[in-house]
Write a protein that binds this ligand. Structure first.
Ligand code: NAP
Length: 246
């Protein structure tokens, strides 16, 4: 389905981002994948190559404006217009609000929201020239239901929803769709930190009685990036086992 497409996935070294890169790669796409360190880039490039996925792996730190600018130059030098941008990378710095340090707030907002906007702005220029594009940003169920200890993360993830709706209206007439996927709780490094007690409490809240897997999010990305989804824009697709129903 994605032969000849170029798909850029941020934070592709692990978890959900890796599943997204792998799924698009298996559908024939050329993948531009990112990780934050040289080691992670090398490891990811090897894994993708062993899986016969055509890819270029580049270093990107969304918390640094210089890193984003440098990355955008590297993407330009590849001479491959990006058809699909998946804004997947994200971090957490959890703390209850009264104890939250300014740096914990700033890091999460800078990486998850401001960095994602700056990258999107850069990639959007090429999509406008091509008069085609698909942008999907990975938010979270907690953007709409909240979560104690995650005021910074909830604010950033809710910001992505507003940002995407505004951008979607600006570029809809140019055959560019911009949507959000809001995962519930998915088995990755990010949720490994949950204690047995927290996990049991969570499972009790989820009607399907299980956490999702990274492929569940990747499959939703494949759908929203497909030509068949051309009339869907500015939407949030919740993938959460029923934890939250709109
Ligand atoms: N897991 C869940 O239950 C869940 C639920 C809702 C939403 N989400 C969202 O889904 C996305 C992926 O989550 P995940 O669970 O797969 O996360 P993860 O396993 O922690 O992986 C995070 C990815 O982001 C990259 N990354 C970290 N800091 C970065 C930075 N400053 N700049 C650019 N990339 C950076 C990491 O690269 P390195 O390997 O180089 O560190 C890694 O590839 C995130 O946006 C997360 O908020 C996850």
């Amino acid at each position: 389905m994605f032969n000849n497409s170029c798909v850029l996935v941020t934070g592709a070294s692990r978890g959900i981002g890796f599943a997204i890169a792998k799924n698009f790669g298996h559908q024939g796409a050329f993948i531009i994948a990112t990780a934050t360190s040289d080691d992670a880039c090398l490891k990811l490039a090897t894994i993708l190559q062993e899986d016969n996925i055509q890819a270029k792996v580049l270093k990107l730190d969304l918390g640094s404006t210089d890193s984003i600018a440098n990355f955008l130059l590297e993407v330009k030098e590849l001479n491959r217009p990006v058809d699909v941008l998946i804004n997947n990378a994200g971090i957490t710095r959890d703390n209850i609000s009264l104890r939250m340090k300014a740096s914990e707030w700033d890091d999460v907002l800078a990486t998850n929201l401001s960095g994602t906007f700056k990258l999107t702005q850069g990639i959007l220029k090429g999509m406008l020239r091509a008069s085609y594009g698909r942008i999907i940003s990975i938010s979270s169920v907690v953007a709409v239901i909240g979560n104690p200890g995650q005021a910074n993360y909830c604010a950033a993830k809710a910001g992505l929803i507003g940002m995407s709706k505004a951008l979607a209206q600006e570029v809809a007439s140019r055959h560019i769709t911009i949507n959000i996927i809001a995962p519930g709780f998915i088995e990755t490094d990010m949720t490994k930190v949950l204690s047995e007690e927290q996990r049991a409490f969570l499972l009790n809240q989820i009607p399907s009685k299980k956490l999702g897997i990274p492929d569940d999010i990747a499959h939703a990305c494949l759908f929203l990036a497909s030509p068949q989804a051309h009339y869907i824009t500015g939407q949030t697709l919740h993938v959460n086992g029923g934890l939250y129903m709109q």
